[in-house]
Ligand binder design. Structure first.
Ligand code: B3K
Ligand code: ZN
Length: 884
């Protein structure tokens, strides 16, 4: 951990390393509290670096037992090795070796960075700066080395020994109960991709034959007895491997690919070369324990980590400012994969929902940063929705702008040219500039300016001239450190809709749009304003703007309500059918919030309910219909309102609309619910999942309209459910109804699943999200439950995280109790696991948009955190930026 956070690291200060480490031989003797690590490093001065520079290796809390340079021992007591640094003042100026022995205690490692224990297994997490907790090293992504790793361990405690690359040896150690394995990874890699695992795990084996005929042995390693639960992950892995060959021409390159699932993990998973380590939540699934959403996540995360093999590992990042080079691109690739595996429109809607829920608020608050940041104090705080989700959207936009063919050509060029290197965003973008023969200078602003641009559109129809005019303007609010912004290139996919379908309208260069723009249906907004005039419009058309969400912007257009209904019913772009319903709902809800705050009653609006009726009646795809009828969340509405937010009023308004829909559409909802009751054999595929989604969305509305009827149906569903999807959906309905039904259903669920930590996480989360006064007491109580542990990130996220991020009214309770609670947990957790603590603290990211009382209370809670001595660099960074 870097405790000295006075000076941020800056992109503009980047310098190539003065030394390179070509080879690393690691010898790791695993022991629960005293693991010995010997690192033999082949080092040479970097011809591009500064001659005669000191060699400064990074460390983090290390104890050096022995250090030798070219075979001669140096005295560790002489002061050149501190816990955080190893300095050789004047190293040899030709190739030399160093041998460094350290001793580490994996059992005491509660940060889950470096080498630690999860259950009885040993595992590692090195990204971003965890390798320096194992040995002294040039722990930066532009130092690429070939690793050979020998792991030694007790054969009973750790029969399975894995590391990166291919296994080249193994054996017993005579006269002891110990054994070893030797792994060699021929691909030079940065230290953050190093991994090792030792443990007693059960394994699922399979194989994959690559396009060119290479046989790859696949292994997924999980807790004993859980092997069958890894079958879907294995299937997803094989589909990912085949897809990457097909869609991007990328083949796998080692003889083995291993995945290990552990239960203590700071995030989702990690793409270590040839040895992915996963949070078991993204590996283990059965119909009885995992929901359809869990299956979709598993598929996406397995694919994401696998795709990193090319976008991240074969080509890595020059420095951590380039993080989106691997993350945004790999998210884009996994989104495309899921779209091909499932329904493309439904997938797009889900991805945009996530972007808006997670990234838009970040970009609108104090933690806003560029897709490529320019400074950081703690890099682990930059694994954000902006780097990942907006980073992916920027690449999607690039594809829309230059077209599929040039995009593929640019990708091929990137792989050819930069394979085996640590690259930058400029290098990546230059490949697409070359492939498309376009100047992408202005496009690059997407990497260098933060905030969500606003695109305002107005329209005018001239019946006499038969012209339809659209006026576009773009603007961007100031964000931290950025007062003024230059205009972006914004591709706006556009259609004109009439009641009987899409219109093709004539226009010309003089009218504002080029022929190629019209042919593609995408106009490019590159200046602050642009006007387009369409000719020969026999009637006023309905514009369908930003189809398929062609750019990560907020678009404002005052569509009339009948226009929105036309789009819901007739737009050929599924995304905008969904968007029209969302826009309609948000508008209604925002109006209601105003009325509720003024002491009035929420709006009653037949038009919207009718639009939903049309949606349910006309949509053929249940998965899509389920998305269509899902109302914007309370957080969505808060974001749309943007200032002076009152979460209680939002809750009341949204509950009233749900109730009205449930009552007005009762018959249709019941018929839908009954029609979709599943009796076919279970399948996790998208079609079956879509039917379950609509079935459960209908149940939710039925319950909102008629609590007794909802409870009756939900109880029946809960008792008879044979999938977790149906079981948890029924439990969610029952949990919303206070009283005996809630408690007895929660009790029954617990008894049925006690011992299955991942399922109990759902039980924690449901309770944490009850939108009722007093639920904080329940959460505090659950923290003393034997199934809860502050040491396990999944437990923290499902109970405390779900309360902070998923319970708008109670986290934002008007007495400040929610803020105080989270601030207290952050401080307690910070001593154990700063990364998870900092993540939790980011729940305050929108505090400035709250109404005055809550804003004051949230600020006080943040100040309490800020004023606490001994904060980690992680929490200090978030709290200081939040208050800045
Ligand atoms: N690259 C890792 C994330 C590492 C997070 C370090 N704090 C997982 C992923 O994005 O695939
Ligand atoms: Zn990633």
């Amino acid at each position: 951990m870097r405790t000295d956070t006075a000076e941020p690291v800056r992109l503009k200060d980047y310098r190539v390393p003065d030394y390179l480490i070509d080879k690393v031989d690691l010898d790791v003797k695993l022991h629960p509290t005293a693991t010995r690590v010997i690192a033999r490093l082949a080092i040479r001065p970097n011809p591009q670096g500064r001659p005669n520079a000191a060699l400064v290796l990074d460390g983090d809390g290390l104890v050096a037992k022995r250090i030798a340079l070219n075979g001669t021992d140096l005295d560790p007591a002489s002061g050149f090795a501190t816990p955080d640094q190893l300095t050789i003042a004047s190293p040899p100026q030709d190739a030399f070796t160093m041998e460094i022995e350290t001793e580490i205690n994996p059992s005491a490692n509660t940060r889950l960075m470096g080498l630690y224990r999860s259950g009885s297994a040993y595992c590692t997490q090195c990204e971003a700066e965890g390798f320096r907790r194992i040995t002294y090293f040039l722990d930066r992504p532009d130092v690429l080395s070939v690793y050979t790793t020998r792991i030694e361990a007790d054969s009973i405690e750790a029969p399975l020994l894995l590391s990166n690359g291919n296994k080249i040896g193994e054996g017993k150690i005579e006269g002891t109960s110990r054994h070893f394995a030797l792994w060699h990874d021929p691909f030079p890699k940065p230290s953050y991709l190093f991994a090792l695992v030792g443990g007693d795990l059960g394994s699922l084996h399979d194989e994959f034959i690559t396009k060119s005929g290479r046989k790859v042995a696949l292994g997924i390693h999980v807790e004993h007895g859980k092997e069958p639960l890894a079958a879907y992950a294995m299937d997803a892995l094989k589909r990912s491997m085949a897809w990457d060959e097909e869609a991007f021409g990328r083949e796998y390159d080692l003889d083995v690919f291993n995945i290990v699932a552990v239960s203590d993990f700071n995030m989702g998973a990690m793409e270590n070369k040839g040895l992915n380590i996963f949070n078991d939540k993204y590996v283990l699934a059965s119909p009885e324990t995992a929901t359809d959403a869990d299956y979709a996540h598993i598929e996406a995360v397995i694919a994401h980590e696998y795709f990193h093999n090319w976008t991240g590992n074969r080509i890595t990042c020059r420095d951590w400012f380039q993080l989106c080079l691997k993350e945004g691109l790999t998210v884009f690739r996994d989104h495309e994969f899921s779209a091909d595996m499932r329904s493309r429109p439904v997938q797009r809607i889900a991805n945009v929902r996530t972007l808006r829920a997670a990234q838009f608020p970040e970009d609108a608050g104090p933690l806003a940063h560029n897709v490529r940041p320019e400074a950081y104090r703690e890099i682990n705080n930059f694994y954000t929705a902006t780097i990942y989700e907006k980073g992916a959207e920027v690449i999607r936009m690039l594809k829309v702008l230059i077209g599929d063919e040039a995009f593929r050509k640019g990708m091929d060029l990137y792989f050819d040219r930069y394979d085996g290197t640590a690259a930058t965003i400029e290098q990546f973008i230059s490949c697409f500039g070359e492939a498309s023969q376009r100047d992408l200078t202005q496009f690059s602003r997407w990497y260098n300016q933060s905030g969500t641009p606003l695109v305002e559109v107005t329209s005018a129809y001239d019946a006499a001239a038969k012209t339809f005019t659209l006026d576009f303007s773009q603007s961007s609010k100031p964000t931290p450190g950025q007062e003024h912004k230059e205009p972006f290139v914004i591709p706006i996919a556009l259609g004109l809709v009439a009641a009987d379908g899409d219109l093709t309208l004539r226009t010309s260069d003089e009218d504002g749009a080029s022929a190629s723009e019209l042919a593609r249906g995408v106009i490019e907004l590159t200046t602050p304003h642009r006007r387009i005039v369409f000719r020969d419009a026999p009637a006023r058309p309905v514009p369908s703007l930003l189809r398929d969400f062609s750019a990560p912007v907020q678009i404002n257009y005052a569509a009339s309500e009948p226009d929105l209904i036309t789009l819901v019913a007739h737009d050929s772009d599924s995304f905008n059918r969904w968007q029209a319903a969302q826009t309609y709902a948000s508008r209604l809800l925002i109006r209601s919030v105003g009325l509720v705050r003024a002491g009035g009653a929420p709006v009653q609006d037949e038009g919207f309910i009718n639009a939903l009726r049309i949606g349910i009646e006309t949509c053929a795809d249940p998965a899509f219909t389920a998305q269509l009828i899902t109302l914007p969340s309370e957080a969505d509405i808060a974001r749309e309102i943007g200032e002076d937010v009152d979460p209680d009023a939002i809750h009341v308004a949204r509950r009233a609309l749900r109730e009205a829909i449930g009552q007005r559409l009762a018959e249709l909802l019941r018929a839908t619910y009954a029609r979709l009751a599943e009796n076919a054999p279970y399948s996790p595929d998208a079609a079956a999942a879509g039917r379950r989604a609509l079935h459960n969305a209908a149940l939710d509305f039925i319950a909102a309209g008629d609590q007794a009827e909802g409870a009756r149906l939900a109880t029946r569903q809960f008792d008879g459910a044979d999938t977790m999807t149906d079981e948890i959906a029924a439990l969610a309905v029952l949990t919303l109804a206070p009283g005996n039904e809630r408690e007895s259903a929660l009790g029954a669920f617990y008894r049925a699943h006690a011992g299955d930590a991942l399922v109990i996480d759902k039980w924690f989360a449901l309770q944490a999200m009850i939108p009722e006064q007093g639920v904080l007491g329940r959460v505090k109580n659950l923290m003393t439950h034997p199934a809860f542990s502050l040491g396990n990130p999944n437990r923290v996220r499902s109970l405390v995280g779900a309360f902070a991020a998923g319970n708008q009214t109670q986290f934002n309770a008007r007495d400040g109790s929610g803020y105080d609670f989270i601030a207290g947990i952050v401080l307690e957790l910070d001593r154990k696991n700063p990364q998870v603590a900092a993540r939790l603290l980011a729940a305050f990211r929108s505090w400035r948009s709250l109404e005055a009382t809550r804003r004051g209370l949230a600020e006080a809670a943040l100040r309490r955190v800020a004023g606490t001595p001994g904060l980690s660099a992680d929490v200090k960074d978030i709290v200081e930026r939040s208050l800045a």
